[in-house]
Design a protein around this ligand. Structure first.
Ligand code: SF4
Ligand code: SF4
Length: 184
C-alpha cells in the first residue's frame, strides 16, 4: 500500500520531491545527450534551404512564348484560380495577363496536365509567404505597356480589315457572274 503525498511527513516529502526533481532532470538530459552527437535534422531557414524532392508541386513556371492560348489550363482548373486575359489569336496573340491566385490554388497539377506544349509546369519553388492576401495573385505574363497594347490592337484591326477586303475581292467576281447569269 502506497502512502499518499498528503499523509507523508513534511521531511520525507521534501526528500521525495528532491529525488523526483533530480531523476526527471536526468531523464531529460539523457535524451539531450542522445541527440547531441547525432546529425542535425533542423535547418537555419531561410539561410539554409531544404532539398526539394522530385515531383514536389510548388509554384508554376510558365513560358509565354510557347503558349498556344488554347485555354485548356483555364478550363481544367477546378477552382477557377487561373485566368487568362488576351487579345488576338494564333501567332497574332498577345497575352495580357496569366493570373494564378495562390490563395485558392490547390497545386493539383490539372492545369499542367492539360497543357499540350508543356509550357506550364509545377516547380519545386514553394516560398509564397506573404502578409497580404492580394499578393497571392501572381501574373506570369510579361509586362506590356499600354502603348504596346494599343499598337497591337491597331495591328489586329488592320489585319482584320485586310482579311475582309480580301474576302470581298474574292467574292466580287462570283456575284458579278451570278448577276450576269440572272440577266440572260
Ligand atoms: S494547380 Fe490546380 S488549382 Fe492550381 S491553378 Fe492549376 S488547376 Fe488550378
Ligand atoms: S494549356 Fe498551355 S498552351 Fe494552352 S493556354 Fe494554358 S499554358 Fe497556354
Amino acid at each position: 500500500m502506497t502512502v499518499s503525498a498528503a499523509k507523508r511527513h513534511p521531511f520525507v516529502q521534501y526528500f521525495a520531491d528532491l529525488w523526483s526533481g533530480v531523476t526527471t532532470t536526468c531523464t531529460g538530459l539523457r535524451l539531450t545527450l542522445r541527440y547531441l552527437f547525432k546529425p542535425k535534422v533542423t535547418l537555419l531557414y531561410p539561410e539554409e534551404r531544404p532539398a526539394i524532392p522530385a515531383g514536389h508541386r510548388g509554384i508554376h513556371r510558365y513560358v509565354e512564348e510557347e503558349c498556344l492560348l488554347c485555354r485548356a489550363c483555364e478550363a481544367a482548373c477546378p477552382v477557377d484560380c487561373l485566368v487568362i486575359n488576351a487579345i488576338g489569336r494564333g501567332k497574332d496573340r498577345m497575352i495580357l495577363n496569366f493570373d494564378i491566385d495562390y490563395a485558392k490554388c490547390l497545386f493539383c497539377n490539372l492545369c499542367c496536365e492539360a497543357c499540350n506544349p508543356k509550357c506550364l509546369v509545377l516547380t519545386g519553388d514553394y516560398d509564397l509567404s506573404t502578409t497580404k492576401r492580394d499578393t497571392c495573385l501572381i501574373d506570369f505574363a510579361h509586362r506590356k505597356t499600354s502603348a504596346q497594347i494599343e499598337e497591337h490592337k491597331k495591328f489586329l484591326e488592320q489585319k482584320e480589315a485586310e482579311k475582309k477586303a480580301a474576302a470581298e475581292k474574292r467574292d466580287a467576281p462570283k456575284e458579278c457572274g451570278e448577276e450576269g447569269n440572272g440577266s440572260n
